[in-house]
Every structure is written in structure tokens, then in C-alpha cells.
Write a protein that binds this ligand. Structure first.
Ligand code: GDG
Length: 492
């Protein structure tokens, strides 16, 4: 069958495809899979049920034919349907509406959200294009799983085109409290867009509560517990939308294996040696984003050095800041601020061969990430707001010897599950300082006890369980909706 006319039983839709365009030494172009939690989670189900992935391939103004990509960690393949975005759409839909309007608004306005009507228009246009692409390749009654805040209108647009589909939506980032969400000029349209789904998943129960309140206040529809009756164009005139919390996780086995891998363990020891074998290695790994609280962390760390409560003689902080959204002005400014702070702290406290902060602005292969996790005694996650924070879960899974401490922000979704971490309010700098010292001075027994509880949790609630639970519920809810629709159809 021609790849273009193929129909699939499971279609995953996300802004960015989990593949990258790569050019080899001879100038030959090809596709490489970008490793990520979501692909790993969905790979087994995609293979079981003839799956396709719809998304933007990362290159503006380029048209690519659908293709099949192989070579995953499980040796499987899936079909890829690239959606074309122009340079202007990238500016307005992606960098504009997604990353300069929704992202700051949904993360508690840590940075001020910017509202532009022209960005909103582009968001609508692009969401329509995604919906049409999905409609064209979904088999009758197929399951479609829409991912994240860039595509909140797709559920409704898709339901209009294909009422036969089971439509799920998962929000990877927080859903803001009503007081903030109310700012959005297009708040009603966004909620109506989402309500095209059969099931809406959030990271935390708090997000689900915020969503419920927004629906009540903006649309005047009162949810019954976790169900909303949403008007649509079907013979029944409406369908039921279920919503709830489905906290995402990681491929815990993979990180545990990396944690036991002799080569990764050797590399972790080597990292410590190259730092001059400090007694305490503290780590931060984040996309360079203002939501991650990197400045708060540096402030706490700088003050501890200034007060002589920690010393470069026995402690090093490794801060990995993964480049992110570098064309958005707020991100460029943030990078300057962070690098100025790091340079000041290093200028004031480093000695030759003993940096106060080992700062790395780049990304690393997964095995190297695991080596950094293993090399560290303490991980600092000080996010001001974070949907989940997978780095925290990966750190926990990798430390198979239970010999590390997680300092975790209560504003990260992960804090609902990882309750034996040292929980901090990152705005409380003194509290963060105390937590760093408590982590450093913790007895072996307490470290092990706390870590063991978290490791069990991450290993049981892994990402495969997450996607299985979500998809099972989606199919249940949509089957009930289709039954109601066909009964209404017969009555007519
Ligand atoms: C959003 C939400 C939510 C990072 N640097 C490298 C690298 N990574 C990988 C990590 C981890 C992932 O990227 C980052 O995930 P986080 O959850 O920490 O943060 P966001 O990117 O903000 O993700 C978040 C998530 O969606 C999932 O729902 O948890 O709240 O904001 O897996 O390992 N991977 C490699 N090299 C790097 O340099 N290979």
C-alpha cells in the first residue's frame, strides 16, 4: 500500500516529531530518532497496533514525505507523518503563542505572558493543519493521542472532521489556577478546543482541579466530579469528557540498567576524579528555562560559599544547562543572567583545579547523562513550576545503590510521588540552603531509607504503565460515547 494512503489504528500527535534531520560526513541527509521518554513509552503500543506519529520535523519551510523509522531501543519501527511549518508560523505559532504566551501563563506567569492576536491566528491555523493530517491517516475508530499545550485546539477540530475517533489529550505542563488562566483573551476557545477530547490527562490532581474550575467559570458548565458534558455536532448533541491526573514517568528499567552498567559507573568515577575528587558533588540538570529555578539555586549556593558553610575544598556544583528556545528573547536574557552569576561565583570562590561551579551549556548523550547522575551525591531540582520533572525520576532510578539525596521543589509535579525527597520551596532561599546542608550531612542510613522508597515508586509507576493506563481509560470512555451517539442516531 502507498505510505501516503495508509490508515493507522493509533496516531500520536505532538508539536515536535521524535526524529531529527541529520547530515553525515558525505553530506547525505537522513533521519535519526531522538531519544525521549514519550517515544520509549509509546513504542511498544505503536508496534502492537500499527501506529503513526504526526508532528513537525524540526526544519522550517520544508516538505517531507511520510517515512518509516527503525532502530529503536526495542528494535521496532513506526511511521512518521511530517507537518510543514513555515518560518513565519514558527515565529508566531511556536515561539510566539506556544512559548511566549501559553508557556509563561501556564507556569504561574514567572515571566510575563505576551498576548498577540496575530500569534493566536497562527496557532489556530497550525492546529487545523495538524487536525487535518491526523484525520487523513486515521483508520475508522482509531485512537488518537494529542500531546501538549501547542495543540490544545486539535481535539475539537479533529472531532468535527472525524467523530468516529477516540480522542485523547495529555497536558505535559501545569494547568494554571483560574486567576491566571482568566487573563487569556482566548480562554473560552482553548477550553472548547480541549473539550473535543474523550479523555484529558494532566500531571497532577491540582492541574485537573484548576481545569475543572476554569470550565465552570468560563463556559458555565458544571463538571460532575471528573466528567464534563460537552456540546458537539453528533446526533446525541454532546459527549462526555473525562479528565484526571495521569502522572507521567520514565523507562525506569533503562535507567536502572545504566546505573548498573560497569562502563557508566567507571565514567561516573572518572568525572569525580577530574573534578579533583571532592567529597560532595552536587548536580543540577535542566533545560535552560526560567521555570527551572536555576537562579534561585545559584543564589542559595553562592550564599553558602560566602558564609563559609560550604567550601570549594570539598564541594563542587555541576550545573548542566541544556540550550533551549534560543530565539526567544526571554531565554536569551536568562542565559546572560545565569552565566553572569556563574562567572561571579567562580571568580569569587574557585581555586585552580577546584571550580565552585562546573557549568556546561550543551546537551549530552543519554549514557553520559546517566554518568552525571551517578557521579552526583545530591541532585537539586528547584523548579518554580514544572509539570512533572523527569530529571528527578531519572536520578532516582539510576542510583541503584540508594546512595544519593534528591532535593526537590514542591512546585514540580514529581513531588506528589517522591515524598521522601527533601522537599523545598525554591522561593525560600534560606530553606534551600538548609536543605543543601541537610543533604550533605545526611547519615547513610537515612539516605538509603529515603532513596529506597522513591526507587520503588519510580520502578513500579513506570512510563509503560502510564501509557497503558491512559490508553485503556481513553478506549473505555470513547466506547461509551460512541454507544450513546449510535443510540441517538437510531432514535432519529
Ligand atoms: C516537559 C515538562 C514534564 C535533558 N537534557 C538532556 C536530556 N534531557 C532529557 C532528560 C529528561 C528530559 O530531557 C527533560 O524532561 P523534564 O521533565 O525534566 O523537563 P521538560 O523538558 O521541561 O519537559 C515537564 C515533561 O515535559 C514530561 O511530561 O516532566 O514538567 O516541562 O528526560 O533526561 N537528554 C539527553 N541529553 C541531554 O543533554 N539525552
Amino acid at each position: 500500500m502507498n505510505a501516503k494512503t495508509r490508515q493507522f489504528d493509533l496516531v500520536v500527535v505532538s508539536n515536535r516529531l521524535p526524529v531529527d534531520r541529520v547530515t553525515d560526513a558525505d553530506g547525505q541527509q537522513s533521519w535519526a530518532r531522538s531519544p525521549g521518554g514519550l517515544v520509549t513509552a509509546l513504542e511498544p503500543v505503536m508496534e502492537r497496533s500499527s501506529g503513526a506519529w504526526v508532528g513537525w520535523p524540526g526544519v522550517p519551510d520544508a516538505h517531507f514525505d511520510p517515512f518509516e523509522i527503525e532502530g529503536g531501543s526495542r528494535g521496532g519501527s513506526f511511521h512518521v507523518y511530517p507537518v510543514t511549518l513555515s518560518e513565519l508560523e514558527l515565529e508566531r505559532y511556536y515561539e510566539g503563542f506556544s512559548n511566549a504566551t501559553l508557556w509563561p501563563l501556564y507556569h504561574d506567569v514567572i515571566a510575563p505572558p505576551i498576548y498577540h492576536r496575530i500569534w493566536w491566528e497562527s496557532y489556530r491555523t497550525v492546529n487545523q493543519r495538524f487536525a487535518e493530517q491526523v484525520a487523513a491517516i486515521s483508520a475508522r475508530g482509531a485512537t488518537v493521542w494529542v500531546q501538549d499545550y501547542q495543540l490544545q485546539l486539535v481535539p475539537q477540530l479533529l472531532r468535527r472532521l472525524r467523530p468516529d475517533l477516540a480522542i485523547g489529550f495529555f497536558d505535559h505542563i501545569p494547568f494554571p489556577s483560574y486567576g491566571l488562566f482568566a487573563q487569556l483573551p482566548w480562554r473560552a476557545q482553548i477550553l472548547e478546543g480541549l473539550l473535543g477530547a474523550d479523555l484529558i490527562g494532566f500531571q497532577r490532581s491540582e492541574d485537573a482541579r484548576n481545569f475543572s474550575r476554569a470550565v465552570r467559570s468560563v463556559l458555565g458548565v458544571v463538571p460532575r466530579r471528573n466528567v464534563i458534558v460537552a456540546a458537539d455536532e453528533s446526533p446525541a448533541g454532546s459527549h462526555e469528557v473525562e479528565f484526571g491526573d495521569y502522572p507521567i514517568s520514565i523507562d525506569a528499567d533503562e535507567f536502572e540498567q545504566l546505573g548498573r552498567d560497569p562502563a557508566v559507573r567507571r565514567r561516573a568515577r572518572q568525572i569525580r576524579r577530574e573534578l579533583g575528587d571532592p567529597a560532595h558533588v552536587i548536580l543540577g540538570i535542566d533545560r535552560l528555562d526560567y521555570t527551572k529555578g536555576i537562579r534561585h539555586r545559584l543564589k542559595a549556593y553562592g550564599e553558602l560559599l560566602e558564609e563559609g558553610r560550604i567550601s570549594v575544598a570539598d564541594t563542587t556544583l555541576i550545573q548542566i544547562a541544556v540550550p533551549s528556545r534560543e530565539r526567544v528573547e526571554t531565554y536569551r536574557r536568562l542565559r546572560d543572567e545565569i552565566e553572569l552569576t556563574v562567572a561571579r561565583i567562580n571568580g569569587d570562590y574557585s581555586v585552580i583545579g577546584r571550580p565552585a561551579i562546573q557549568y556546561l551549556h550543551r546537551s549530552f548523550p543519554r549514557r553520559e547523562m546517566a554518568a552525571f547522575y551517578l557521579a552526583a551525591d545530591i541532585l537539586l531540582v528547584t523548579a518554580l513550576r514544572d509539570g512533572m520533572n523527569l530529571v528527578a525520576k531519572e536520578f532516582v532510578a539510576t542510583h541503584v545503590d540508594n546512595d544519593a539525596v534528591l532535593v526537590l521543589s514542591e512546585f514540580a509535579g514529581a513531588s506528589d510521588e517522591l515524598k521522601t525527597a527533601l522537599l523545598v520551596n525554591p522561593h525560600d532561599i534560606d530553606g534551600v540552603k538548609e536543605a543543601i546542608l541537610q543533604a550533605r550531612d545526611m547519615s547513610d542510613g537515612e539516605r538509603t531509607r529515603r532513596m529506597r522508597v522513591m526507587r520503588r515508586r519510580v520502578s513500579e509507576d513506570n512510563v509503560e504503565r502510564w501509557s497503558d493506563a491512559y490508553l485503556a481509560e481513553l478506549r473505555r470512555v470513547s466506547a461509551a460515547n460512541r454507544k450513546n451517539t449510535s443510540e441517538a442516531d437510531h432514535e432519529h
